[in-house]
Design a protein around this ligand. Structure first.
Ligand code: NAD
Length: 500
């Protein structure tokens, strides 16, 4: 086994019987353990309301790992590092027990007082937990203390500020790791490398050569059992405020002077500051919203959003958003960044398409076969890869150009897809690398951008909802958004990356 640096850690997972812990956190921790990135010097305390013995908790860890991973040879050894504390996070008395347990485990496993507090539960508890951790002395440690929090970080700028104020009473900004799991995705992390390590791209990465950029993140699933949460959120808050704007920031930022957390974040912040604010009447011009109606997916009839459990029969919540973003700086003036995201769409796919401008004179022009523009496609999920769309000579026909594709598929190269986001992000947190977590400044700027749009949408009932059928690529108005500018959404279904 490869030797990795040792990062002794006590991790407390609040919400340890929840969906996120079971589906993502435990399997990711196991993978780190198996790869030797997590050594014997670790212990996990699971915290949740349900009464469970340590043995029952360890059994649930084994079950969740076995469900997610085929090979789990070291599962018994791994599970022995897990302990459980039944605890209502609003009950002050119980934090003293937790503290004693943490101190004992720290000694037993030689953890040097290093603590990660992972809040895998509803955000309304974040402030209370942070306050208790400080007041009851759980954060008085010799080593580091870090707080990991899940999205959503607030509901709007005001609530995000309030939440930030609460957690800042116990943790400094440097100690707060706000998860945006898109930032843990291999191909999102690859955006910077593609841009800054290739002489053929970086000189062209500006408004002289790029005509528009399209970022699509579509899901086949509907809201499932999350109707109550989603009714208060919608696609704008759930996807645009965080994941979509983060991808835009990485695509648009200036090269950082160094690859450090501070330098990269500072360049991303500049992009978010340069985003043209869309307000009032302009919202209609730049953004469209959709809500899915009943439709067919894989040959099965599925209900519309308003028929889903815990959803208002007259809901005004958007399950789809498309928007045109403009970045008012020297590099990007005049280049639209189109984003779209939605539920119950035709395909599960996250892709970035960079469309280059047409060449000045087309020597190969044939009205029956117009030349395609060059496209660079970054496949984020489910496939991972890069495709470059070029034009080349058609075999055996002089002076006739035909589209060709250069493909790089991660799957084809490595035989398996790259580690799960959570695996990478948990490891980054243990190593103290916050680059792929969102800084408060990014969160605040993103909320102030989306709040203006939410404000308009919340105060106008969309009479055309539902306006797209489940199993399609969204409402017609999303196509019109690009048509007005002379563009169209490149069809996702024709963009698949073929393994090499
Ligand atoms: P969940 O409802 O499945 O689990 C919640 C957990 O919190 C349970 O373990 C429950 O026992 C515990 N809990 C609730 N109230 C408590 C209290 N008063 N005291 C102690 N424990 C209490 O939720 P989830 O899906 O695991 O999501 C957790 C967080 O992660 C949420 O903020 C969610 O928005 C976020 N998130 C989840 C996912 C996902 O895939 N599930 C993805 C992204 C973000």
């Amino acid at each position: 086994m490869k030797q990795h640096e040792n990062h002794p850690t006590l991790m407390m997972i609040f919400g340890a019987t929840g969906d996120l812990a079971k589906r993502k956190l435990f399997p990711s921790l196991y993978k780190l353990f198996e790869k030797g990135k997590l050594t014997d010097q670790f212990a996990v305390i699971g915290v949740a309301r349900r009464p469970l013995t340590n043995e029952e908790f360890q059994q649930s860890i084994k079950d969740s790992v076995k469900t997610a991973i085929e090979k789990e040879d070291r599962i018994e050894e791994f599970a022995s590092h897990f302990y459980y504390h039944s605890h209502d996070v609003t009950d002050s008395a119980s934090y003293a027990v937790l503290k004693k347990m943490a101190n004992d485990l720290d000694e037993q496993y030689h953890l040097h007082g290093n603590r990660i507090f992972y809040l895998a539960m509803a955000p309304e508890f974040f402030g209370t937990i942070a306050l208790h951790l400080k007041e009851d002395g759980l954060t008085d440690v010799k080593g580091y203390k870090r707080l990991v929090i899940e999205k959503p970080f607030g509901h709007d700028l005001e609530s995000a500020k309030e939440l930030n104020k609460q957690i800042r009473t116990a943790f400094s900004e440097k100690e707060i790791y706000r998860i945006d799991h898109y930032l843990g995705k291999e191909m999102v992390q690859n955006i910077e490398v593609i841009r800054f390590a290739n002489a053929i791209f970086e000189p062209l990465w500006n408004n002289r050569y790029i005509s528009n950029i399209q970022v699509t993140s579509s899901e086949i699933l509907g809201v499932e059992e999350r109707g109550r949460y989603y009714e208060n959120s919608g696609a704008l808050r759930d996807m645009v405020q965080n994941h979509m704007l983060q991808m835009v920031a990485l695509l648009a930022m200036e090269p950082p002077i160094r690859l450090t957390t501070e330098e990269i974040r500072s360049e991303k912040v500049k992009v978010l500051r340069a985003l043209r604010s869309i307000d009032g009447e302009d919202v209609k011009e730049f953004f469209v919203r959709g809500q899915y109606g009943a439709g067919t997916i894989d040959g099965h009839d599925v209900p519309g959003y308003r028929e889903e459990p815990m959803v208002d029969a007259h809901s005004n919540t958007e399950t789809f958003v498309a928007g045109k973003l403009l970045i008012d700086n020297f590099r990007w003036a005049g280049v639209p960044f189109y984003i779209r995201t939605g539920k119950r769409m035709e395909a599960k796919s996250t892709k970035i398409i960079i469309q280059f401008k047409d060449i000045p004179m087309n020597l190969y022009y044939r009205p029956e076969e117009p030349l395609n523009p060059n496209l660079l496609v970054i496949h984020i999920q489910p496939e991972e890869g890069i495709t470059l769309h070029l034009n080349a000579k058609k075999a055996r026909q002089n002076e006739v150009a035909t589209p060709i594709k250069l493909n790089y598929a991660n799957k084809g190269m490595n035989g398996y897809n790259t580690p799960e986001s959570y695996e990478k992000l948990l490891y980054d947190c243990m190593r103290g690398d916050a680059t792929n977590f969102t800084h408060w400044d990014e969160v605040a700027l993103s909320w102030s951008f989306t709040d203006k749009i939410s404000h308009v949408w919340e105060n106008t009932v969309e009479e055309h909802f539902p306006n797209y059928a489940a199993g399609t690529m969204g409402p017609k108005c999303a196509d019109e958004l690009l048509e007005k500018d002379g563009f169209f959404w490149w069809p996702i279904s024709h963009m698949a990356v073929e393994p090499c």
